[in-house]
Design a protein around this ligand. Structure first.
Ligand code: ADP
Length: 739
């Protein structure tokens, strides 16, 4: 990349925000309803982005209650008031349920309190109740102002000046129960909590041959239950949207005993709080336990997770999601006109989008109505394609069809892991093996990558062999970095011997996982952290966003001594204020000469008297540990999809002889923008920088300025793609948000 490229890119970033000014505007931000991890990250982003564009931002404490009560509940925020909250769970500005706001009288008071401070932009972070309330408030606004003027509380001029209220919502809810958004803020962290508990329980249940009934939150929405069932390979799951068929009691017991017969030492049953049967009667955890004990005599325990799911630190995903949404919300407020309806900012695939609030609320209520009226198929469909695909994948992987019902394909398919081990690889193998078997193929596992393959380390693998693989870190099959080039002959020989018709490769250039890093303390200190990724700066960049870093050096955005100087000076100035902590991330290959040591020494010297420095090279711990729920599910789903694709290709090729290799028969599957895409390798070749083993275009580069803005730099940020409202019903994406 030459200098011109870099400056052109910097220039184009700059131009985006030039026309956007918040001067003279005031934004109120509040969190309402049930709290969720990541709400603080959203508040922080709103405050900082608001200040960045020159607006005033006010905290509204205790949700709508604070808005109704006014006084010290509405306080102007500054840059520092949101320092060090990114990694804190819950919400620092408090959340409450407020009866008064449900009445016009209450809303009248609230309007008075906002007008008094000139606030005509409202950013509400909450669930569908809170957002419905915001929408009602917006509609009544001009009427409320008129009434305030009639009562003599405000004068006519103020009515004119504050004639419109702009409302933007962000969905903060651990249940992921809001239609139109792939992921609500807090859901991913709640999944982390659930999976931590499941993993812990699994170790004890293994030892004692137990059955665990685990109840997770979700009175009206089965998302958490479904996705955790998928992420831990549960034996059975109960959801409100998809009640079990009549006679489920017997079916479940058969399933549990079959799994035990396959030497599985434990059973996990996941129950959503709001689970029901087809007659809309609740199915409770206790009931399930009773059933298992009386029918099967298994030692069975119930665990109800409760508020644990709301607790703990927000996951990297939630921090990034909330930060992106917060910035987007401010942009949406500034771009709002009297004609734009209240909107919700959300994520579709890896893209930020805006949707009309009312449409989303309506659709969310439609799901409930469908459930009430026992139209369960509709309920699942209305939840969205991603929910539906989760459900189908779960069913496919959890329940083995009887052998005589599986059509025989006469194809042999092998699965191999290559490259560095990455969390989620085993989930992908399990999924491929099980989907492959249910498609009628004979499945083979290759051990130790291409090196093992060349030596003949290949064996048939069955349904039960991959039981319990979802939650395990690393690569059970074993992986080597060796490329096939050297032993192509030997590999071809193995392919012939075992009559392998298709090969599924799970791995990548340098497979990235997300990283969490939080550092705080009482002394002023700057942490210099080196991340992995080869030449791919994704981890450094996203890690920086998730941790609220001050700088992230990556290969994709070249930097020179002037940039380093600007960063050091910036940080030194910042650390002279109340800010105690600095964080600098450096991708391992971002620069040949500006090494981690160099940067550490530079910051140490320049920061003398102001702050201390510490450095940390994260190294291989980034590839270790148990996979996150996101990686487990992503691995599971992407692999299931790849297997289905292979099956289709194999069918198409049948009868055409052995040679059917076309560009289209070697593909890479991954998320691109909003969709799961199969991209022929031939095409990817053109888009790949082979020397550095990265794509030529990295989508996440457009998030670079976001980190800078939130760290108080003057940078510009690209707003959501069209920056315009879309519609819930017309969106065709099918996979959950990916960051
Ligand atoms: P959530 O936002 O998590 O769905 P709630 O449904 O409890 O939580 O709503 C939170 C708050 O939002 C309520 O206490 C109330 O103040 C306000 N609210 C909810 N629904 C409405 C409504 N229809 N009209 C006005 N305010 C509402």
């Amino acid at each position: 990349m030459d200098d011109d490229d870099v400056s052109a890119r910097k220039g184009s970033f700059r131009k985006f925000l030039e026309h956007l000014s918040g001067a003279g505007k005031a934004i109120g931000v509040l969190t309402s309803g049930g709290d969720a991890q990541g709400m603080n990250a959203a508040v922080r982003a709103v405050v900082r982005m608001g200040i960045y564009v020159g607006a005033k931002v006010y905290f509204i404490y205790e949700g709508y209650q604070g808005m109704v009560d006014g006084g010290s509940n509405i306080v102007e925020a500054n840059w520092e008031s949101v320092s060090s909250i990114l990694q804190v769970g819950g919400t620092i500005i408090g959340s409450a349920r407020c009866k008064a706001f449900r009445t016009r009288e209450g809303r009248l008071k609230a309007a008075g309190n906002l007008v008094q401070r000139g606030i005509t932009n409202l950013c509400v972070i909450g669930g569908d109740g809170s957002l419905t309330g915001a929408n009602i408030f917006r509609k009544e606004w001009s009427g409320l102002l008129k009434e305030l003027a009639e009562n003599g509380d405000i004068d006519r001029e103020e009515v004119q000046k504050h004639a419109y209220l702009n409302v933007v919502g962000m969905v903060g809810s651990i249940d992921n129960d809001f239609c139109g958004t792939d992921m609500t803020i807090g859901t991913d962290s709640a999944l982390h909590r659930i999976i931590e508990v499941v993993d812990a329980i699994m170790t004890t249940a293994q030892s004692h041959q137990r059955t665990f009934v685990l109840e997770v939150m979700g009175r009206h929405c089965g998302y958490l239950a479904l996705v955790s069932a998928l992420a831990c390979g549960a034996d059975w799951v109960f959801l409100p949207e998809s009640p079990p068929e009549e006679g489920w009691q017997e079916n479940m017991c058969i399933k549990l005993s079959e799994n035990r017969a396959r030497k599985k030492r434990l059973n996990i049953i996941i129950v959503a709080e709001g689970a029901i049967d087809t007659q809309n009667k609740p199915i409770t955890s206790e009931q399930i336990k009773e059933l298992v004990v009386t029918q099967l005599g298994y030692d069975t325990r119930v665990t109800i997770l409760g508020h644990v799911q709301r607790g703990g630190t927000p996951s990297a995903f939630d921090r990034i999601l909330a930060s992106r949404m917060g910035v987007e919300a401010v942009v949406a407020l500034l771009q709002a006109t009297p004609e734009t309806p209240a909107c919700v900012v959300s994520l579709s695939g890896n893209q930020a989008v805006r949707l009309p609030l009312l449409e989303c609320v309506q659709m969310t209520q439609d799901v409930q109505k469908a459930m009430d009226e026992r139209r369960f198929k509709d309920a699942v469909r209305l939840r969205g394609r991603s929910f539906e695909s989760n459900l189908n994948t779960y069913k496919r992987l959890a329940i083995k069809m009887p052998d005589d019902q599986i059509p025989k394909s006469n194809c042999n398919v092998a699965v191999i892991n290559v490259g560095a081990p990455a969390a989620g690889m085993n989930a992908a193998v399990r999924s491929a093996v099980r989907v492959g078997i249910s498609e009628g193929h004979k499945m083979f596992a290759i051990y130790d990558g291409f090196e093992g393959f060349a030596k003949g380390q290949i064996k048939e693998i069955g349904w039960a062999d991959v039981g319990g693989w979802t939650g395990q870190g690393g690569s059970i099959l074993g992986t080597k970095r060796t490329l096939p080039g050297k032993s192509l002959e030997a590999i071809a020989e193995q392919m012939r011997t075992h009559s392998i018709n298709a090969l599924l490769i799970i791995g990548g250039f340098e497979t990235c996982d997300r990283i969490k890093q939080s550092a705080s303390g009482t002394k002023r200190r700057v942490f210099i952290i080196e991340t992995m990724g080869g030449y791919c700066g994704y981890l450094a960049n996203m890690g920086a966003l998730a941790a609220g870093a001050d700088a992230a050096y990556i290969f994709e955005e070249p930097f020179d001594i002037r940039d380093l100087q600007a960063n050091v000076e910036h940080l030194t100035e910042k650390m002279k204020t109340t800010i105690q902590r600095g964080l600098v991330l450096r991708n391992e290959s971002c620069s040949e000469h500006y090494t981690t040591d160099f940067i550490y020494h530079l910051y140490s010297e320049e920061g003398k008297g102001v702050f201390d420095c510490r450095k940390n090279v994260l190294g291989h711990m980034q590839q270790g540990g148990a996979p996150s729920p996101f990686d487990r599910n992503f691995g599971t789903k992407i692999s299931a999809r790849a297997m289905q694709w292979l099956s289709t290709k194999l069918k198409e090729a049948q009868g055409k002889g052995k040679r059917f290799v076309t560009d289209d028969s070697i593909c890479v599957l991954g998320i691109s923008k909003r969709n799961l895409l199969f991209q022929p390798v031939a095409q990817l070749k053109k888009e790949t920088d082979f020397e550095h083993r990265i794509p030529k275009e990295q989508w996440w580069l457009k998030l670079r300025p976001l980190m800078k803005i939130l760290a108080k730099y003057k940078a510009s940020y690209e707003v959501s793609d069209p920056g315009q409202l879309e519609h819930v019903h017309h969106r065709g994406h099918e996979e959950p948000a990916a960051i």
